[in-house]
Ligand binder design. Sequence first.
Ligand code: GLU
Length: 375
Amino acid sequence: MSNAPTLSDFRRIVVKVGSSLLVDAGAGRLKEAWLTSLAADIASLHKDKRDVIVVSSGSIALGRSVLKLPKGPLKLEDSQAAAAVGQIALARTWAEALGHHSITASQILVTLDDTEERRRYLNARSTIAKLLEWRSVPVINENDTVATTEIRYGDNDRLAARVATMASADLLVLLSDIDGLYDSPPHLNTNARHIALVPRITAEIEAMAGDAASDHSRGGMRTKIEAGKIATTAGTHMVIASGHVENPLAAIEAGARATWFLTPANPVTSRKKWIAGSLEPKGTLTIDAGAAAALRRGKSLLPAGVIRVDGSFGRGDAVLIRGPDGAEIGRGLVAYDAEDAGKIVRKSSSDIALILGIEGRAEMVHRDDMVVGGA
Ligand code: GLU
């Protein structure tokens, strides 16, 4: 893609909404009309068979207005407690706005740990997949109430990028108070030039976002570029567009000024690179010749094709997959821990519930969670 794409090019879209767009801090209330217009945009994408996920900020801002807290910075525990109050209002708001279009909203609250730790990552990922299959629109925020300083995202731009890569979204939309990236800060330089298309995030692009040391604001351009790096290296395109218009997604579709960050990779390839390259296998599944041939044709690994389980691993850990002759066929993230995997070796998927007493996944390693070597 050398020209700027449009929304209809994408199948799964994460829309990130910042607090200042949703909450009128001065008046201490929600910007209802704007939210209604955004919900209409989301509904039209949804109707068009697109999967939509919302990453919504606003819990702290809403909480502080409900609690009538004084203006100015809040201490960590104060903002966490405010988030506990505001998140209820935020969830209700989204449920109503989407419900108006007969869309079922769902809420997911995550911390940094939930997306960095593989097992939790996989769990959150399959929950999102299930919700999308049910045509729900998940509304996601950081679990501000429990996130301690060390496990906080702190800003929803990076959280949205992680969510987008976790959900294998092909587009991340950052609705912002600015219509994209400029080659210098537009509020300081009237000659600042708007950048419409970023084919790749280079050092020069990073420099345009400003110096990390001088940018203390959460959600500034710096964190947006960080989000862009996360998204584009994992195969997700990103667009920064202004949220200061009604129907902001329709505006993007109509060609409103925005900055598009393109990804050179496609989602599956990147995800598989991540599986292939960045994880330490914790065990080995040895499979029969039939299963080996099926894997090479792009199929998932079913318990019936597994003849041996070695190692000590948990659900979601990376494992090596070897053929009957011991040659490595690939690696993947296993859906069962070593003990359960051992019990269902050679068994038909329909017997899993009977053997383990739980309704597990039909696949030992799903093809989306697996990379098969060149052989
Ligand atoms: N999670 C925070 C909230 O909902 C906002 C963080 C951000 O906007 O970057 O209030």
